[in-house]
Design a binder for this molecule. Structure first.
Ligand code: NAD
Ligand code: TYD
Length: 338
């Protein structure tokens, strides 16, 4: 079997490629990625010389590059996206371009090349925001209500994927997952940024009152969910994928990281809130559990600890990412916080 993975040099995409090549060493993988600031081939060093793996530097908005990568492909797993909410607030256009137009270009090529499955990676953020102290969770029937340029562009891509299933009978599946954490996450996302800042003895910026809630999913659990959807999922269906966490605030997440690193809570710095900040995410993953037998296997506390260890042991990996461009972004986003 031959898989085309888009965005395979990013955080989840590279974890997925490493997972898949370990599970299914006979499958071929083509990784199509244009290497934005978030794409990093170092994540894939361990497989770069494997004859079953091929990297193509190409942009998903470019139909000829996409068509070339699609040759002989059975299954597409589509991760490529602009993925950071704060960057989408600073500049929404690349989000619409890659997430909406790029997805449509891929869909066109998938129809033309009659692929067996188009699996689209989406997010729980398309559903909007839940309130605190409310027991409700997002599920596959929750109406869409995206509230940031990022989530609006992901919602647009989900609608296109479903439209291609109806109109052109493209065999699709979609997963809407919660916040991933684990190795190889770019240090702009909350957990990776917090760990790396603390390791550099820098303060951790916490937005607003810090009482925002996210549903945390260890990245390998996510990869296994995609595997099960590809192997056993029903064509045309959507599956919500979430973590094992009870509601936990951002502030509590930081306190846990500080405790693991034996640092004081005065490293927390409350900063200006994100505009339109979604208060709470929580995912009901009972459909994928009932229908496919998936459930998260990695507990938050234990795997947060292991994730902290990974960043401690891989300083070279993340230090190289904190480039001049990164510092410029950091300054624009956080002002003079150091
Ligand atoms: P990431 O930002 O780490 O990686 C994105 C990758 O896509 C990078 O390698 C980048 O170079 C590539 N890319 C971007 N634009 C491209 C283009 N036009 N053409 C080709 N490649 C391009 O993202 P991630 O965190 O790994 O997220 C992967 C997917 O999962 C995204 O679709 C995202 O919306 C979704 N998702 C992420 C999370 C999360 O917690 N990180 C949660 C839910 C859903
Ligand atoms: P993030 O990792 O950006 O993921 P998302 O916004 O897609 O859920 O943020 C996770 C949570 O952490 C979110 O509530 C915003 C908050 N946050 C901070 O408090 N400070 C930060 O510096 C960042 C990046 C996020």
């Amino acid at each position: 079997m031959k898989l085309l993975v888009t965005g395979g040099a990013g955080f989840i995409g590279s974890n997925f490629i490493l997972y898949w090549m370990k599970q299914y060493p006979n499958d071929e993988i083509v990784n199509l990625d244009c290497l934005t600031y978030a794409g990093n081939l170092e994540n894939l060093k361990s497989v770069e010389n494997n004859p079953k793996y091929k990297f193509i530097k190409g942009n998903i908005v470019n139909p000829s590059e996409v068509d070339a990568a699609m040759q002989g492909v059975d299954i597409i797993v589509h991760f490529a996206a602009e993925s950071h909410v704060d960057r989408s607030i600073l500049g929404p256009q690349p989000f619409t371009l890659t997430n909406v137009l790029g997805t449509q270009v891929l869909l066109d090529s998938a129809v033309k090349n009659k692929v067996r499955r188009f699996h689209h990676i989406s997010t729980d953020e398309v559903f909007g925001s839940l309130t605190l102290n409310d027991k409700s969770k997002f599920n596959e029937r929750t109406p869409y209500n995206p509230r940031s340029p990022y989530s609006a562009s992901k919602a647009g891509s989900d609608h296109l994927v479903r439209a291609y299933s109806e109109t052109y009978e493209l065999p699709i599946t979609i997963t809407n997952c919660s916040n991933n954490f684990g190795p190889y996450q770019f240090p702009e996302k909350f957990i990776a940024l917090a760990i790396t800042n603390i390791l550099e003895d820098k303060k951790v910026p916490v937005y607003g009152d810090g009482l925002y809630v996210r549903d945390w999913l260890y990245v390998e659990d996510h990869c296994r969910a995609i595997d099960m959807v590809l192997k056993k999922g029903k064509v045309g269906e959507t599956y919500c994928v979430g973590g094992v966490t009870e509601d936990i605030s951002n502030l509590d997440v930081i306190k846990k990281i500080l405790k693991i690193l034996e640092k004081n809570e005065d490293m927390i710095e409350f900063v200006k809130d994100r505009p339109g900040h979604d208060r709470r995410y929580a995912v009901d993953w009972s459909k994928i559990e009932k229908e496919l037998g998936w459930k998260p296997l990695h507990s938050f506390d234990e795997w947060l600890k292991k994730t902290v260890e990974w960043y401690k042991n891989n300083e070279e990996w993340w230090k190289r990412l904190k480039t001049k461009k990164y510092q410029e972004y950091y300054k624009e986003q956080y002002g003079d916080l150091d």
